[in-house]
Design a protein around this ligand. Structure first.
Ligand SMILES: C[C@@]1(CC(=O)O)c2cc3[nH]c(cc4nc(cc5[nH]c(cc(n2)[C@H]1CCC(=O)O)[C@@](C)(CC(=O)O)[C@@H]5CCC(=O)O)C(CC(=O)O)=C4CCC(=O)O)c(CCC(=O)O)c3CC(=O)O
Ligand SMILES: NC(=O)C1=CN([C@@H]2O[C@H](COP(=O)(O)OP(=O)(O)OC[C@H]3O[C@@H](n4cnc5c(N)ncnc54)[C@H](O)[C@@H]3O)[C@@H](O)[C@H]2O)C=CC1
Length: 208
């Protein structure tokens, strides 16, 4: 079974071996999350070339060698050469996580399909059974969780901070946190005001 985590990779080193379509898709996702990406491949796509020219990625125009893995937190082997991909897995240190684009079973991690709405991230995995289905489910989720969730999550984040800072009783705190996650707050046009009133009432009741 796979253990899902959301990794903070801002400014962390990630090495991508291979520079084709699959490598490119992985690189785009990694850059979005702020990773420092190095691509190792004799040839790369025109989009990757552009990224290397602007300095958004570094490119080593050479075939894979073991030394390329040094200092990487995550490694993606996305060449079209199975032997090379397997060599990457073999050469990696035990503390490095390797993704093999052509071998779910040998991979230490798999890249899910992702749907984002501001602070909301939904990652869908089919454990390699059907990446197409994973993508389709994300598209359905995008309709279910539309644009209004972006500001709603910002509201929830700031309200939750206020609740944690000002309400002492654990039960009351839990009740408030559950209340603001109710759909009525999603739809409410004046939710900040409604929340402020609710918090004020709760605090004054607690003080009694
Ligand atoms: C195991 C995994 C490893 C990994 O890459 O991490 C893996 C493995 C393989 N994919 C293959 C094929 C395709 N992959 C896609 C698309 C995506 N693949 C992604 C992830 C994953 N793919 C991981 C499991 C995720 C899961 O299932 O939960 C996504 C979600 C994320 C991403 O890649 O960023 C991204 C959707 C992006 C989005 O959401 O937009 C498409 C469709 C398309 O390109 O549109 C096809 C063609 C159709 C088909 O073959 O089904 C093949 C066969 C290669 C061959 O036959 O040569 C293998 C190898 C094998 O199965 O052995
Ligand atoms: N995980 C996924 O989402 C998917 C995985 N695949 C698999 O991913 C692999 C790559 O697919 P594409 O990107 O479409 O292939 P591609 O043919 O577009 O690109 C292959 C890249 O690998 C590079 N390469 C080849 N040998 C190398 C070496 N020794 N060292 C460094 N780089 C080397 C080439 O220069 C090229 O840039 C294939 O094995 C395919 O089966 C395919 C589709 C989706």
């Amino acid at each position: 079974m796979l253990y899902p985590i959301n990794v903070q990779i801002q400014d962390r080193n990630v090495v991508v071996i291979g520079g084709g379509k699959v490598a490119q898709r992985k690189v785009f996702g990694l850059l979005e999350a702020g990773a420092k990406v190095k691509v190792v491949s004799p040839e790369i796509t025109s989009d990757l070339l552009r990224l290397s020219e602007t300095g958004e990625i570094s490119w080593r125009p050479e075939p894979y060698g073991k030394e390329n893995l040094e200092g990487a937190l995550l490694i993606i082997a996305a060449t079209n050469d199975r032997e090379t991909n397997l060599a990457v897995k073999r050469d990696a240190a035990p503390y490095q996580l390797v993704n093999l684009a052509d071998d779910p079973d040998e991979s230490d991690f798999q890249v899910p399909s992702v749907m984002k709405r501001g602070k909301l991230t939904v990652a869908v995995s089919t454990s390699g059974a059907s990446p197409v289905l994973a993508k389709k489910i994300c598209t359905q989720l995008e309709e279910m969780y539309d644009e209004q969730y972006e500001s709603y999550l910002d509201f929830l984040a700031s309200s939750r901070k206020e609740i944690k800072a000002s309400v002492k009783d654990e039960l009351v705190k839990r009740k408030l946190l559950t209340t603001i996650a109710d759909e009525s707050f999603l739809k409410e046009s004046f939710r900040e005001e409604r929340f402020a009133r609710l918090l004020e009432e709760t605090i004054s009741e607690e003080g009694r």
